[in-house]
Design a protein. Structure first.
Length: 193
């Protein structure tokens, strides 16, 4: 009786092992990136203009932490294909302290330091004679790219790239690098009116 049970178990194991097993490679989804092409944002009444990608759309910001935005010139540049968004905020320097605006931009970036492995900032000057800082935030922070630009007398604009996904530096790095080129194009084409 024992030998019949033993042979039955062996037969079942041999029969059940007929299918081929192929292990799944570990990795992320392949992302096919579009060609970098740009269009102009130059809406009447807005104190700035710039070029942004044709695969993005501009939406007027209607909420700011469950309240109305403090400025009618705040917009979002949405990248539906990547579930990403660049939040653009604008301040008129007249009546505001430029040093405070710059310090606030630094504070908002460094709020991510608890999740960031590094934060690097690069001073920049654009071909339109604007100056500012570009921030790269490493690690699993909510945002990997931020910047601000000013003409030092009247205008101050800040941008921050966020994704509608859990922050994961490994899986978002290729999209972050791709969109960094678009951010740099926006920065270099930004003009204040």
């Amino acid at each position: 009786m024992k030998s019949i049970a033993f042979l039955s178990v062996i037969a079942l194991l041999v029969i059940s092992c007929n299918s081929e097993f192929t292990p799944k490679k570990r990795g992320y989804f392949r992302i096919d990136f579009p060609k970098h092409e740009y269009q102009t944002f130059d809406q009447p009444g807005y104190p700035y203009s710039f070029e942004y990608p044709v695969y993005a759309r501009i939406v007027k910001d209607t909420t700011f932490f469950e309240a109305n935005p403090e400025n009618p010139y705040w917009i979002n540049i949405e990248f539906p294909r990547f579930s990403g968004k660049v939040y653009i905020s604008y301040k008129d320097v007249t009546g505001n302290d430029l040093t405070k605006l710059v310090n606030d931009a630094y504070k908002m970036t460094y709020k991510h330091s608890s999740k960031a492995t590094e934060i690097t900032d690069s001073a920049m000057r654009t071909r339109n004679e604007l100056r500012g800082v570009f921030f790269k935030v490493g690690g699993n922070a909510a945002t990997a790219k931020q910047f601000f630009l000013t003409d030092d007398s009247k205008h101050f604009l800040r941008g921050a790239l966020y994704f509608d996904a859990s922050p994961n530096e490994d899986s978002l790095s290729v999209v972050n690098e791709f969109l960094q080129d678009d951010l740099k194009h926006l920065i270099n084409t930004l003009k204040f009116k």
